[in-house]
Design a protein around this ligand. Structure first.
Ligand SMILES: Cc1ncc(COP(=O)(O)O)c(C=O)c1O
Length: 452
């Protein structure tokens, strides 16, 4: 089932939408308050949460001099100034990686990582299906096949138990996605990769400062990719990074992102030895990002505290299942997801529940849908290139394998997700979220009838 708003549009409009609800409710007569507060907002009652939520992205005036300095210097391109390199050192330190390469976006960071890990035309990459479409596309652009592991409905991340049966002689890499900032269970994933000599590329595009067993996401595989696109916790409009601990791999990444110019220990036949493209970050992006390191640390702590509070309370409500995290790990909540079981809500359909929650002033969406059924993969596997690279039998079996993704289907059909800016609010606002869910449950029989 498709969501009524795309994820990015949803995040952008969340604050504005709640402001409109507040404006409407401010015009109701005060006498009606008690009765209307008890009634679901979808049926004309007062919303539980009024006053909107914090805007995103946010910036401070104190950032302006550094940005203007770059503007006035005329040194906007990476090769002309030191800001991008300075950002790389700072970001590597922040997440505890040896090296970082700044890129133009998260998608280009994935393209660099896949190329450097030698994912080539006709290869296969085992990937989480529950992700933003850029993850699929980065594999397809390399003319490789994104082979989907299943999603564990309890964690919303790649189910390690579903990986091995997908490995073929063409498999080169595993690409787990720390979706919504929820760390994947990396120990079993890395063990399978080692056993079958596969590369591990983390999609950490939503997982800045997330942790798994004491280490940050972005340091758990061979290479990792981050995004700094506008909706992200550390945004610069666009931007990305590759992180890792191997000088050799990061030198190769640098060369590939810089139209193949040999760099560092990766000499080759200078100056243009390897294939490459232009995926460079601008000085402006680097300056914007460096201003946000402390903000990211502080806001992450706030999101975690509020998410823990929500989880402790929401899991008490029958039919609401917050995401389970791997042991000794920390999620950073790009969205706060929970699984919704309509049976405990008198059969109230998930999409109607979402409408009721939004009406209560709690912006929420259904998260990702089954994107592999949308047509992108059909277009790819029916293209001349893919037909040349893979046998007809392989492509047929590949297409049929989407039906096996039962865990992922369940996740797509039952998830309810709230945007990260809600988690920057006060404890009282978290209570509104909990109260809104309880209120909808109390009225679910009547809401379910209205929806019928
Ligand atoms: C999981 C995931 N992968 C990849 C990307 C691609 O990043 P970008 O939009 O910076 O290219 C994103 C960005 O939304 C993402 O969320």
């Amino acid at each position: 089932m498709k969501n009524f708003l795309s994820r990015r549009r949803f995040i952008r409009h969340a604050a504005a939408g709640t402001a409109a609800l507040t404006w409407l409710s401010a015009r109701r007569p005060p006498m009606a308050f008690a009765a209307e507060a008890a009634k679901p907002a979808l049926l004309g009652g007062l919303p539980v949460h009024q006053g909107g939520w914090s805007d995103w992205p946010k910036w401070l005036e104190s950032w302006e001099p550094a940005v203007i300095k770059v503007l006035r210097s005329g040194k906007w391109y990476r090769g002309d100034g030191g800001h991008v390199a300075e950002f790389e050192t700072g970001y590597a330190k922040l997440i505890g990686a040896k090296r970082c390469l700044a890129t133009a976006s998260g998608t280009t960071a994935l393209l660099v990582s896949l190329h450097v890990m030698d994912v080539d035309a006709g290869d296969e990459v085992i990937v989480s299906p529950y992700t933003f479409i850029a993850t699929y596309n980065s594999i397809l652009i390399n003319k490789a096949l994104p082979v989907f592991a299943d999603t564990d409905p309890a964690t919303l991340t790649m189910d390690p138990a579903s990986i091995e049966s997908r490995i073929t002689e063409r498999t080169r890499a595993i690409l787990p996605v720390h979706i919504y900032g929820l760390p994947c269970d990396m120990d079993p994933i890395n063990a399978i990769a080692r056993k079958h000599k596969l590369a591990v590329i983390e999609d950490a595009c939503q997982a800045w400062l997330a942790e798994y067993k004491g280490r940050k996401c972005g340091t758990l595989g061979d290479l990792a990719s981050f995004s700094f696109q506008n909706s992200k916790h550390i945004p610069a409009g666009e931007g990305g990074a590759v992180t890792g601990d191997s000088d050799d791999l990061l030198d190769r990444c640098h060369a590939f992102h810089n139209v193949g110019r040999a760099t560092g220990g990766f000499k080759g036949a200078k100056p243009y030895f390897t294939r490459g493209s232009n995926y460079r970050m601008q000085q402006f992006q680097a300056v914007m990002l460096m201003q946000q390191f402390d903000k990211l640390v502080q806001e992450t702590a706030r999101r975690c505290e509020n998410a823990d509070y929500l989880t402790a309370n929401l899991k008490q409500i029958p039919g609401i299942q917050p995401a389970r995290l791997p042991e000794n790990s920390r999620a950073v909540w790009h969205l706060y997801p929970l699984r919704y079981d309509a049976e405990h809500f008198n059969g109230l359909a998930r999409d109607k529940f979402l409408q009721a929650l939004n009406a209560e002033g709690i912006p929420s969406s259904g998260g990702y849908h089954e994107q592999y059924l949308d047509g992108l993969l059909d277009e790819a596997i029916n293209s001349r290139g893919f037909k040349r690279l893979f046998s007809a039998e392989r492509l047929k079996a590949y297409r049929e394998s989407f039906q096996e993704l039962k865990g992922n289907r369940q996740v797509c059909a039952t998830t309810v997700a709230m945007p990260q800016n809600l988690l920057l609010a006060d404890r009282q606002d978290m209570d509104h979220i909990i109260e809104a869910v309880r209120k909808i449950q109390a009225h679910s029989a009547v809401l379910a009838k209205v929806s019928a």
